[in-house]
Design a protein. Sequence first.
Length: 267
Amino acid sequence: MSSPYGAVVDAHFHVIDPRYPLVPNQGYLPPAFTASDYRSRVRELGVVGGAVVSGSFQAFDQGYLVAALAELGPGFAGVTNLPATVSEETVLALDAAGVRAVRINLYRGGSAGPADLDRLARMVHEVAGWHTELYVDAGDLADLAPRLRSLPQVTIDHLAMSDDTTGTLLDLVAGGAVVKATGFGRIAVSDPEALMAAVVRTSPAGLVFGTDLPSTRARVPFRDEDVARVAEAVATVDPGLVPAVLRENAVRLYRLGDLGAAPPAAG
C-alpha cells in the first residue's frame, strides 16, 4: 500500500549518529536514530525528501549532517547550527553538501543567539541563498518581529510552541514566513488544527509538514496519524492545498527540485 497523500516531503526531522559528537543539553543526550533508522520508520509514509535539522545536542558539529545527507541522497537538505563567526567558505562548502538553511535555537540554545540573528541570517542568504529557521516560542515573537520582518526568509518550528496570543505569528506569515506543522507531542498550542487552518488561510505557501522524528524529549512521539491530522486541518480551508502543505511548499523552501512520485510502501 502506498501513501494516500502521494509523495510527502518531511520538512523537519533529526538524525542522531553515535559516530559523531553529541553535547548534553540541560543534561539530555538522545538515543541513536540513524539515517537508516529514519528510512525504515517512514517507509510507509511516502516520504521522497525532507530536511535534516540539527538539534541543540549537536551544537556546531557538521560531520554528522554531511554524512546523513550523503546517505539519504537527492531530495534531502540540511538545516544546521552555525557559530556567529562562521566563514563564507564554510557556508559554501556546506551548501555544496546540501545544506539549505541556518537554525537559530532560541528555545533550547546550542546555536548562535538572538544578538547574531540579523547578521548571520543575511550573510548565509547573500552567500548561498539560505533561509533562517527559528525554534522559538510564540510568546517571544512580538519582541522579535521587527527584526524578523526585515529578513529575507524565515521559518518557525513546531507551530511556535504555544498559543499566538498577540497575532504576531499570523502577521509574520502574511509577510512571507513559513510555519512548520511539527512536534504535536511537544507543543502547548490549545488548538493546533485551528492554527494550521489559519496559517494556510493567511498564506497557502505558509505551512509545511514535518515528522519531528525521533521526537526527542516530546511527551508523545510522532504517530503516522499525524500526517492525516495536518491534511484534514488544511482541507477545512481548501482540499486542494493538501499537496502543497505535505510536499510542494517544502520543495520550494528547500529548493529540492523534481522528486517524482511516492515510493510504494513495504508490504
